[in-house]
Design a protein around this ligand. Structure first.
Ligand code: FDP
Length: 353
């Protein structure tokens, strides 16, 4: 006589497909493996996923904005049209501001950080973000993104308001970071220090589902990515580095001659570099003597993701994640890529010193 089957075997027998793993499930699963990580953290991340879904819905309609009403006018829903980056900022502030675990928010769009749950003993996190990076590309239907970095408060006692200097932490103290790229599909790339994982937004169910577990950056790629128009205004070492990639004339490159890819939307350029390999660079030049990209909410999350995927990120002198920031909106040069490109880069920079 047949033995009664267990629930598990029964499910398998009915050949129910493996359930989707959402970002929330993934974080909860990870938390079980690390003592001392509370549910507050996954609730915080759900603020980011909620806000970015609202942003993505708006980005998808960007091309229709002119039909529905121009900026400053009342549209058919009776809402005043807003610039997308202002909207994106408001959504993140709204979704994160109601999370009790968030003590302070700092955004590219706000001169000063915003205190959200001052004095709450539960408010132990700080979130720094760029709500819509690459926004100058929206008009021409090019991918844009949101970057974020999560820090722990540094004050010993949480019963006092967070102070802006608590934001000024080196990137190596990020407890999680990532970005969302609004491209042909919308994808969240995230790390809490235990691998880099990609979740694609399934529009049918409205959830980010695990599509790219444990992303590793290829050791060597075939593209470099920079705004080449500035090249003759950067340092000779950077110029030599790019020339060498182009000609493939260094033994370390094993004869590979690199091609060029530059979108001009950092997250899209970095996302390609993460998945396909190569190097993305935004060096200092005479127009931006300290580089253009912002350390806390652009370079740091990108560097965190790159390192946890086996790549490297440098400001030309050392590790991006070791830079001690002096101000919330400070800029930095950024060179980020795979092992082969970055070790060649470091050699060229060292030779210049
Ligand atoms: P944007 O000004 O469109 O927001 O950080 C800002 C940024 O875009 C990056 O996304 C992008 O990589 C860079 O500026 C492009 O700058 P250049 O036009 O100087 O190449």
């Amino acid at each position: 006589m047949d033995q009664p089957s267990s629930g598990h075997a029964e499910l398998a027998a009915r050949s129910i497909p493996a359930p989707l793993v959402t970002v929330q499930q993934h974080i909860l699963r990870e938390q079980r493996r690390f003592a001392g990580v509370s549910g507050e953290f996954s609730w915080l991340v759900s603020g980011i996923t909620l806000a970015t879904k609202l942003i993505e819905a708006k980005v998808r309609r960007a091309g229709l904005a002119d039909i529905l009403g121009t900026a400053g006018e009342i549209n058919v829903q009776g809402e005043v049209q807003q610039k997308l980056d202002v909207y994106a900022n408001e959504m993140l502030i709204y979704a994160l501001g109601v999370r009790e675990s968030v003590a302070m928010l700092a955004s590219e769009e706000n001169e000063q950080p915003l205190i959200s749950h001052g004095g709450s003993p539960h408010a132990k996190y700080i979130v720094v973000f760029d709500p819509l990076d690459g926004s100058s590309n929206i008009d021409v239907n090019v991918s844009v993104g949101t970057t974020f970095s999560i820090l722990r408060r540094t004050a010993e006692h949480l019963d006092a308001d967070a102070t802006p200097d608590e934001i000024l932490q080196a990137g190596n103290r990020q407890i999680a970071a990532g970005y969302v790229v609004y491209g042909p599909s919308t994808m969240l790339v995230y790390s809490a220090g235990n691998g880099v994982h990609g979740f694609t937004l399934d529009p049918a169910v409205g959830a980010y589902v695990l599509s790219h577990p444990d992303i590793r950056m290829p050791r060597q790629g075939k593209w470099y990515s920079l705004n080449e128009s500035y090249l003759d205004r950067t340092s000779p070492a950077v110029q030599r580095f790019v020339e060498t990639l182009r000609h493939g004339n260094d033994p370390q490159l094993a004869g590979r001659r690199y091609g060029s890819r530059y979108i001009g939307s950092m997250i899209a350029d970095f996302h390609r570099t993460l998945l396909k390999g190569g190097v993305f660079l935004y060096p200092a030049n005479d127009e931006y003597p300290r580089g253009k990209l912002r350390l806390l909410y652009e370079a740091n999350p990108i560097a965190f993701i790159a390192e946890h995927a086996g790549g490297k990120a440098s400001d030309g002198r050392g590790r991006v994640l070791d830079i001690q920031p002096d101000s919330v909106h400070e800029r930095t040069p950024l060179f980020v890529g795979g092992e082969v490109e970055m070790s060649l880069f470091e050699r060229f920079m060292a030779a210049e010193r």
